[in-house]
Write a protein that binds this ligand. Structure first.
Ligand code: ZN
Length: 227
């Protein structure tokens, strides 16, 4: 090989090594404010879940507008008070193929008021007859769990449990939940607090709480995206 040929090859290699940087893929996140329109979600007194999830999503959107993060793209399944069946949310997620979707909810107990705290749900394990689809499913579950763990670590670092005295729990979701069963990408469902709990409700009614939670979610997304 002549010196010139070697130089040409080296130049091509140097050029190729820069290609991934120039065409960097964005880390895409879909945020899904639960319920909406005729589907109010949990209701307690004058509080409805659909309004809480939409207001929280609006705060997260405002943080990303004020402090944009290059390489991170945020999409929302809904930005208004509209009805959106789970099937349509699944279609939206599958169409956009995000790296992660986050569904926002507030929990409620029907009779008792003792359940409390911030909960994260991730997709359940699934064993199929087809080993390739089992492998894909496990990958989705593992990545969801890892992202959920980043949320968990940050939750304690951000002192949300001490500031708001809100316990933290992380669970695997049961089967027959379309948002996890029918999507192919990692996902998390956050139950921010219990509307039915008097202690949690005191947090929900404090406007500083929604700001703290929105900032926490913004921060977790940046960490998950590796930015
Ligand atoms: Zn809900």
């Amino acid at each position: 090989m002549s010196f010139n040929t070697a130089k040409k090859i080296l130049l091509i290699l140097v050029f190729l090594s820069f290609l991934p940087l120039s065409a960097e893929k964005k880390f895409k996140v879909v945020i899904d404010p639960g319920h909406g329109g005729t589907n109010t979600g949990a209701i307690s007194g004058d509080i409805s879940e659909k309004e809480l999830t939409l207001a929280l999503a609006a705060k997260i959107r405002a943080f990303f507008r004020k402090h944009p993060v290059p390489g991170v793209e945020i999409l929302f399944t809904r930005t208004d008070d509209v009805s959106m069946p789970i099937k349509e949310r699944v279609e939206f997620i599958e169409q956009h193929q995000p790296d992660l979707f986050i569904s926002l909810h507030f929990n409620s107990q029907k009779v008792l008021t003792t359940n409390r705290g911030f909960e994260i749900y991730y997709p359940p394990d699934f064993v199929s007859k087809d080993s390739a689809s089992t492998a894909l499913f496990y990958d989705k579950v593992n990545r969801s769990f890892n992202y959920g763990s980043i949320f968990r670590d940050l939750y304690f670092k951000a002192n949300l449990h001490t500031t708001w005295r809100l316990p933290f729990n992380m669970f695997s979701q049961k089967y027959n939940f379309g948002l996890f069963d029918d999507t192919t990408v990692p996902g998390l469902l956050l139950e921010i607090a219990y509307i039915s709990s008097p202690e949690d409700r005191a947090c929900i009614e404090n406007p500083l709480f929604a700001a703290d939670v929105a900032w926490f979610i913004y921060d977790a997304i940046i960490k998950i995206a590796g930015k």
